[in-house]
Design a protein. Structure first.
Ligand code: GLN
Ligand code: ZN
Length: 760
């Protein structure tokens, strides 16, 4: 019989129980025992949900109080020296100190888990690194489930992925892959211990199978699995996900493991070939249900892939699974009663995906639940034809686009001339990235208005007063280009999504972003359009309060799509075009309303990069085109800004230039302007505002520091095209630090002007 299997279930709870408990624990309001009890309840509920749904292979150790990579670091005793770990059991308090930092030790770095919006804690290696079995979580949770009558398959992140995603933090010149042998020793211990406890299978995740691998990484994989597969009494289900195996296929098929899991959603085209190659002794786990999106599986289409694989694999050696852990899906649809009529019928969150997995596993054995199949087909049919999705006007507009729509009227030099004539900006103009501190009052008033406790009139008066204060402050400080402060916005995607057709918002559709931070991504379910202006009212008001130029403030099309659950019935490139047109309309309306500069933030531009290099050009093509489409409707004299809050541009600088924004502001202060090298080496042709004020910390940078950073910038970029601004928006900061920091920034700009500009 084919088995219904799962790779991981969301641990946050239906109502964010995990967040509430961990944050209460951190705040000292909840005892450790109570926190542990909440964890145990969530695990038990999840195991029982999976069992009740008919899942045969249920994971354990997929739970975490913070992050699975962090748990691996604890299991492996890979705790950086600065945390003063006593070398005994590395339990949750050690994990929390690594994740959050302590008075004396800064937290471990966090970064994105492949191309998801989940973040993991980056393992740290140094010349001192050694490994040993140091935590009992994986064993405890296996036993805990066993005591509840549930036999689980424990989950681990594999040694090759662990090493590949970690970084060397000292200057020893250590080759981290040289640690593979010592690391594998501990994995051997873990497997032996699990076998002793009665585990017959273990799931080892190696999502780097979806990446371009170096020869070193390949060698690490080969050597590690030769050893791990030799541990007796326990079988390995090696899981690759998040993409196709492509040129890693032979490597993975050649490993002596007992089972291989593959992503048959993103890798649907490879699935049959993998099934043909797996031989007649190993188990194939087919990830047929998308673990990281929210759409119902087209069960008919999934059965076709399944059938193609079944030509090669008997059902005794077949498991049906989600493509990856369901961690990246919201928990359940049961509470989403407010969603637009019909929409719920098209969706499947983690719980609903379990039922799909079970259906497909039974179907593999020829037991087809016809009622489920018919209902699924009806839903697919309904969705494909629904008027909720299709908007003729939008489709006709996209079809009618021509090359000219993707271009500004003139090239940058001519635009710059016209913009300068209109804006008359000083050299090294000063500005900010958009948001000002979202104080308690701002957030409370906005929430009160949303709930109806604050009237429209009172809310408007409140926002107007906030803007007045912000404008007056910027004028007093001497800013050259002002912003209105974004007090009306909760989130840079939600604010726009709520005003666009084709976007829906769930009530409890949370997914973990990192630690206790969860996000509720909007769902782009249909053709996107903009019924009415979204930002004009407040931008126009703000401009009316000053003679200085006010910057309109928008989120760009790529970011609007990247931070959402995106429809799967058309290419992303098509969806992003529709969003770009909606933003284009907004930009044009802002221009009409008298805004001479408009910033279109693309915070997620880089994150959208595909996992494989060879897929980059196609992405960069449509992503830059979308930005140009959004910005292409305005006159030459209107200045288009963009903003990106990260610092790696080396490999995408041409695409950044191809966006053709008049000015780009970027994060640079933490890297000491190093990243500017990319802009200098490439001779970036337009204006650029390298951040000189690190907004990620409450520390107020001194004038001297910022002068120094600006001097570094001047060494590599022409003064005439430089701006002065912070790294990012200021919404997470408090006024107490923002005011002096901005004052210092203005003074730094003044000193630099005196030094370089008059001399030039
Ligand atoms: N304009 C936004 C802000 O200032 C930009 C935020 C971002 O880039 N993440 O908050
Ligand atoms: Zn930013």
């Amino acid at each position: 019989m084919a088995q219904a299997s799962n790779l991981g279930f969301p641990r946050i709870g239906e109502r964010r129980e995990l967040k509430k408990a961990t944050e209460a624990y951190w705040a000292g309001q909840l005892e450790r025992e109570a926190l542990l009890a909440t964890g145990a309840e969530l695990r038990s509920a999840n195991w029982n949900k999976q069992r009740a749904a008919g899942i045969d292979v249920i994971p354990s150790n997929d739970f975490s109080f913070y992050d699975g990579m962090l748990d691996m670091a604890c299991l492996l005793g890979n705790v950086p020296a600065r945390f003063d770990w006593d070398g005994a059991n590395a339990g949750i308090d050690v994990a929390f100190s690594m994740a959050r930092g302590t008075d004396s030790a800064i937290a471990c770095e966090m970064t994105k888990w492949f191309d998801t919006n989940y973040h993991y804690l980056v393992p740290e290696f140094s010349a001192e690194t050694s490994f040993k079995l140091a935590a009992s979580k994986i064993f405890d949770e296996f036993v805990e489930a066993r005591d509840q009558g549930i036999h689980t398959r424990p989950v681990l992140i594999g040694p090759a992925t662990y090493l590949s995603l970690g970084k060397v933090t000292d200057h020893s010149g250590l080759d981290k892959f040289s640690l593979a042998g010592a690391l594998t020793d501990v994995y051997v211990d873990v497997l032996e211990r699990l076998a002793e406890l009665g585990a017959d299978w273990v799931q080892i995740d190696e999502p780097i199978g979806a990446l371009d691998l170096t020869d070193t990484q390949r060698a690490v994989i080969e050597t590690a699995y030769a050893r791990l597969a030799a541990v007796s009494g326990i079988k390995i289900m090696l899981a690759s996900y998040f993409g196709e195996l492509r040129d890693n296929t032979a490597l993975f098929l050649g490993l002596p493991v007992a089972g291989l899991h593959v992503d048959a959603v993103r890798g649907r085209d490879e699935a049959a070939a993998l099934a043909a190659g797996i031989g007649d002794r190993r188990t194939l786990s087919l990830g047929l249900v998308d673990g990281r999106n929210i759409w119902k599986t087209d069960l008919g289409a999934a059965r076709e892939i399944l059938a193609a694989c079944q030509a090669h694999v008997t059902s005794e050696r077949l498991q049906i699974a989600p493509s990856c852990s369901l961690l990246h899906s919201p928990v359940t649809l049961r509470h989403e009663t407010q969603l637009a009529h019909g929409l719920c019928d098209w969706l499947a969150f983690a719980e609903e995906k379990l039922a799909e997995i079970v259906f497909l596993a039974r179907a593999a054995d020829g037991v087809v639940d016809n009622a489920v199949a018919a209902d699924n087909q009806r839903a697919m049919h309904h969705r494909a034809r629904s008027t909720l999705i299709h908007n003729d006007l939008v489709q006709r507009r996209v079809a009618a686009l021509t090359a000219a729509d993707y271009r500004r009227r003139s090239a940058y030099p001519e635009r710059a001339r016209q913009q300068q004539a209109k804006l008359k900006l000083a050299a090294l103009p000063t500005t900010t990235i958009g948001s000002f501190p979202q104080t308690q009052t701002v957030r409370q008033t906005r929430a009160g208005h949303k709930k109806g406790r604050v009237s429209d009139a009172d809310y408007d008066a409140f926002l107007a007063a906030e803007i007045d204060t912000a404008v007056a402050m910027q004028e007093d400080m001497g800013f050259d280009m002002l912003v209105h402060g974004e007090f009306e916005r909760n989130d840079m995607v939600e604010y726009f999504g709520e005003q666009l057709e084709g976007y829906a918002f769930t009530k409890l559709g949370w997914v973990q972003s990192y630690g206790s931070r969860y996000v509720k991504p909007p769902i782009i379910y249909g053709d996107v359009s903009r019924p009415t202006a979204m930002t004009v009212k407040w931008s126009k008001y703000a401009q009316s309060r000053t003679r200085k130029p006010m910057k309109g403030m928008l989120t760009g099309p790529v970011t609007m799509v990247q931070w959402a659950f995106v429809r799967d019935d058309q290419p992303r490139a098509d969806t992003v075009k529709q969003v770009a047109l909606a933003i284009r309309d907004e930009i044009c309306d802002l221009e009409k309303a008298g805004l001479a500069a408009i910033q279109c933030d693309e915070a997620a531009f880089r994150e959208g990069l595909p996992l494989r290099r060879s897929d980059w050009p196609a992405y960069l093509d449509w992503a830059t085109a979308a930005f140009r489409l959004a910005a292409g409707g305005v006159a030459d004299s209107t200045q288009i800004h963009t903003h990106m809050c990260y610092s790696e541009f080396n490999d995408i600088i041409e695409a950044i230039a191809a966006m053709d924004a008049d000015c780009i502001s970027i994060e640079t202060s933490r890297s000491q302007m190093e990243l500017l090298d990319a802009f200098a080496a490439f001779a970036y042709p337009n204006e650029i505002g390298p951040g000189v004020y690190d907004i990620h910390s409450p520390r107020v940078p001194s004038v001297d520091e910022m002068v120094e950073l600006l001097e570094k910038a001047i060494n590599v970029l022409p003064v005439a095209r430089l701006w002065v601004n912070p790294d990012c928006g200021l919404k997470t900061r408090g006024w107490a630090e923002v005011k002096p920091a901005l004052e210092n920034m203005i003074e730094a700009a003044g000193r630099i002007r005196a030094r370089y500009v008059s001399a030039a």
